[in-house]
Design a protein around this ligand. Structure first.
Ligand code: AHG
Ligand code: MN
Ligand code: MN
Length: 363
């Protein structure tokens, strides 16, 4: 029985491993190195403008990543920390990140292992200048068998695995406290960083997404680009008590997805960054492999749901490393409702009404 406030992350992982007597302990060792990267990022984030993460020699930021987004110095530094903490340990066959166009190879002077690590080193970084919570998101996949056997370089195709293939996933949140929220496929556990010990300590065991909710999160400045099912869902929430939902809703938008995910895990709600018509070249804002899938695994392991709006997120077969996708997650009943709205005939697809121009009942 886990003891909240007493178990460190290390102890939690060791206890989890007992479910798999054959396990080598490599996954645990990898996750501890990921947690070390997160602790290091927490430090530089906490230093803010006092720290070294200001533009300067060797750390310019300001470049544009493969997403076409301007990289902040902290994006670059966080990416470097993920690489540095994980490339040497012998557990990885390769890494991929929001901030790197192509997969990162494990240098040949280090041993190569059986896992792939995919991450968004700093999510919500557009908020960093205004001192709002940001975080890191990570996903662990097993490398294809031929990669493990041959030790060859990894390719983009090796990472194109559906979310159901994730071995572990989670995020760190750099807020008033630093937290690590993790699933290794047996529920979700939350750890709070004890800064005196430098240890993540189990504070939230067996997290469940509350089923009842009256909170939704969406960037309403995009409303004119929304598809009809999303507009319908939000309109019904806004209609409140006299409307079809029969209750009032709150709206929240931090613009830091990892922080929204954490709020929803703690007190329920639903998050939408749906596919919209704003930029036809972008089928959604957020990225499948290092944002939607790891958050999706956490949500589903906590009894919530994660979807593209049309189908379960974790079933999607990825087609590219930096693929964007519509993302809806949170309390299961709300996500199901949004999926249902997407599957119901849309007004322009509806069968003609009885007295429509081509109906039987027309004069
Ligand atoms: P990132 O900082 O990793 O690029 O991701 C930012 C994402 C996500 O955290 C947030 O929900 C979304 O961008 C905010 O988008 P808007 O600026 O459109 O609100
Ligand atoms: Mn992000
Ligand atoms: Mn990012």
């Amino acid at each position: 029985m886990p003891i909240t406030g007493r178990w460190t992350l290390t102890r939690y992982l060791i206890e989890q491993r007992k479910r798999f007597p054959q396990a080598s302990g490599e996954l645990n060792a990898l996750l501890l190195d990921v947690s070390l990267a997160c602790k290091s990022i927490a430090r530089i984030v906490a230093m803010g403008a006092l720290g070294d993460a200001m533009p300067g020699p060797g750390l310019q930021g300001g470049a544009t990543n493969v997403q076409g987004e301007v990289q902040k110095p902290l994006d670059v530094m966080s990416n470097e920390l993920f690489i540095r903490m994980n490339e040497w340990n012998g557990h990885l066959a390769g890494m991929a990140s929001e901030e790197m166009d192509a997969p990162k190879q494990i240098p040949t002077d280090y041993q190569r292992g059986k896992y792939l690590l995919v991450f968004d080193p700093l999510d919500g970084s557009s908020n960093i200048d205004v001192n709002v919570s940001v975080g890191s998101i990570f996903s662990v996949l097993r490398a294809p068998q031929d990669v493990i056997d041959s030790g060859r370089d990894v390719t983009e195709a090796d990472f194109l695995q559906p979310g159901t293939a994730q071995v572990a996933a989670g995020y760190a949140l750099y807020g008033p406290t630093t937290m690590l929220v993790l699933t290794v496929g047996d529920g979700v556990a939350g750890f709070t960083l004890n800064p005196n010990l430098g240890e993540f300590v189990l504070t939230h065991d067996k997290i469940r997404v509350p089923e009842q909710t009256h909170e939704f999160a969406i960037n309403t400045s995009n409303s004119r680009f929304w598809e009809p099912p999303v507009k319908r869902y939000v309109d019904e929430c806004l209609a409140g008590k006299p409307g079809p939902r029969g209750k009032d809703f709150n709206m929240r938008w931090i613009a830091s997805m990892v922080a929204e995910a954490h709020r929803i895990l703690m007190r329920g709600g639903v998050f939408l960054y749906p596919r919209d018509t704003k930029d036809p070249s972008k089928p959604g804002r957020l990225r499948l492999l290092y944002e939607a899938n790891p958050i999706g695994m956490v949500m589903e392991q906590a009894g919530g749901r994660c979807s593209t709006g049309r189908q379960p997120m974790l079933a999607v077969q990825p087609t590219s490393l930096h693929q964007r996708i519509g993302l809806v997650f949170g309390s299961a009943a709300e996500v199901e409702r949004i999926e249902r709205y997407h599957h119901e005939p849309q007004p322009d697809e509806a069968p003609p009404p009885l007295f429509a121009p081509r109906s039987l009942f027309r004069d």
